[in-house]
Write a protein that binds this ligand. Structure first.
Ligand code: KE4
Length: 427
């Protein structure tokens, strides 16, 4: 596979950008080899600067559920762009996208748009602390909620991929109120509430963990979180930046029928442009300035280009038939990977919830960060590189999720399966 131009660009990029990338997990550090520099995307495909084509299962780390450069999304952006790129004032587009998000997730009564998932989670936690007048928060080992200081504690995704001891530069004082529990272990949460009955402002949880690979909640886990937060007067925050519009049309809160007090969103709602959001109960959201005293702001929040891209994307996935088709494609890929692994005699377990999936090189089904650590990362790295050679672009880390789009049709999945058969045999 000729990747000479990528090699050249990476050399140049490493002089100008730390690690040659603008987000760590893109650097392929966990899987070896060097990152490919991308020329363009189209539907389910990425094309690198050397003209190689890949079936893409990263999809910009989740946002591109409509595939790359969907004509309707591009057209919406083009039409909006000629009217200007940012107004710095309210526009009907923010109202239109907010209405659509709330249609999909009726448990959200009011929301605020921001520019990333990190902004969404840090703002939701500030709001929970303002509303409860408490300081402590609970997160889960292996879960990732963006790179706000208070959340870089035993975080997943790129932090764990790079084996970082929770980033330097975060003052101990900033994380002294961040408590860490074990995902899928409700007793570990209860113990923290028993220890700090009046001090915990919120739990923030990925309702389906996606940043240690995809780990679904065990029966009763989310219900237990809802019960504990209600009992102790804390706020339950579902971080649906990744699971929103991914695990179900209505997100994890609809799939598992749990009503979080606040929800954070990102990725899909921007249609590939920078958008995050936090929202939930009106009574809580009314605390956000200028309606209330809790301050949060953003120059480009509600940006018209990002709004129209999000509107176009959500309009393309509002029909249940679209979700039924993606579920069928997910099942097709599950079966294909399973039979490829069996034929090659490679121990593999797969987790999938809706359009989010992970292949673990492990005999057992991981259920938390501890069990995920047992997966064979070296073998995952080999598989990743083989799949790349065979024209399939997976997430470059065992601790990430893979994604499907509406453009991953039966033939694209079949091509992925034959690439997997070849790759598994070479492990
Ligand atoms: P951003 O600030 O990257 O838009 O969103 C942060 C975030 C918040 N919550 C969850 C559940 C998330 O998964 C993320 C970001 N996801 C990672 C992928 N695991 C983004 C990819 C990257 O860091 O480059």
């Amino acid at each position: 596979m000729n990747i000479q131009k990528s090699i050249h660009y990476f050399q140049e990029a490493q002089r100008l950008l730390p690690g040659g990338v603008d987000s760590p997990v893109r650097a392929f550090k966990a899987v070896g080899g060097q990152p490919l520099f991308i020329e363009r995307g189209e539907g389910p495909y990425l094309f690198d600067v050397d003209g190689n084509r890949y079936i893409d299962y990263v999809l910009s780390w989740g946002p591109l559920i409509t595939g790359h450069a969907h004509p309707k999304v591009i057209e919406a952006i083009q039409e909006a762009a000629v009217k200007g790129t940012s107004y710095g004032a309210p526009s009907p587009l923010e109202v239109e996208l907010a209405k659509r998000v709330i249609d999909f997730m009726p448990n959200i009564e009011m929301l605020r748009f921001v520019n990333s998932g990190t902004e969404a989670t840090m703002s939701a936690l500030r709001l929970a602390r303002a509303y409860t007048q408490r300081d402590k928060i609970i997160k889960f080992e292996g879960c990732y909620h963006g790179h706000a200081d208070m959340l870089l504690v035993q975080a997943g995704s790129g932090v764990v991929t790079l084996g970082l001891p929770d980033s330097p530069g975060v003052p101990a004082d900033t994380v002294k109120d961040t408590l860490v529990a074990t995902y899928n272990d409700i007793a570990s949460v209860e113990a923290l509430f028993k220890k700090y009955p009046e001090e915990i402002a919120a739990i923030i949880v990925e309702p389906v963990a996606g940043n240690m690979g995809v780990i679904p909640p065990v029966k009763g886990f989310l219900e237990g979180l809802k019960k504990l937060t209600t009992e102790y007067g804390a706020i339950l925050i579902f971080d649906e930046v990744m699971t929103g519009f991914r695990v179900h049309k209505g997100g994890a809160q609809t799939l598992y029928n749990i009503q979080p007090d606040l929800t954070t969103l990102g990725k899909v709602i921007g249609g590939g442009l920078p958008v995050g959001a936090y929202g939930g109960k009106r009574e809580i959201m009314q605390m956000v300035a200028p309606a209330g005293p809790m301050y949060q702001a953003g120059t480009l929040s509600g940006n018209p280009l990002a709004m129209v891209a999000g509107i176009a994307a959500l309009d393309l996935i509002c029909d249940q038939k679209v979700w039924d088709e993606m579920e069928a494609r997910g099942k097709q890929l599950d079966a294909g990977i399973e039979s490829a692994a069996k034929r090659a005699g490679v121990p593999v377990t797969q987790t999938r919830v809706g359009t989010m999936r992970t292949i673990f090189f492990s005999e057992t089904q991981p259920r938390d960060w501890n069990s995920v650590k047992g997966a064979d990362k070296v073998r995952f790295g080999k598989f990743f590189r083989k799949m790349l050679e065979n024209g399939v672009y997976l997430a470059p880390s065992q601790f990430e999720a893979g994604f499907l789009s509406i453009t991953h049709d039966r033939n694209v999945i079949a091509a992925t399966i034959s690439a997997a058969e070849k790759s598994m045999m070479a492990l």
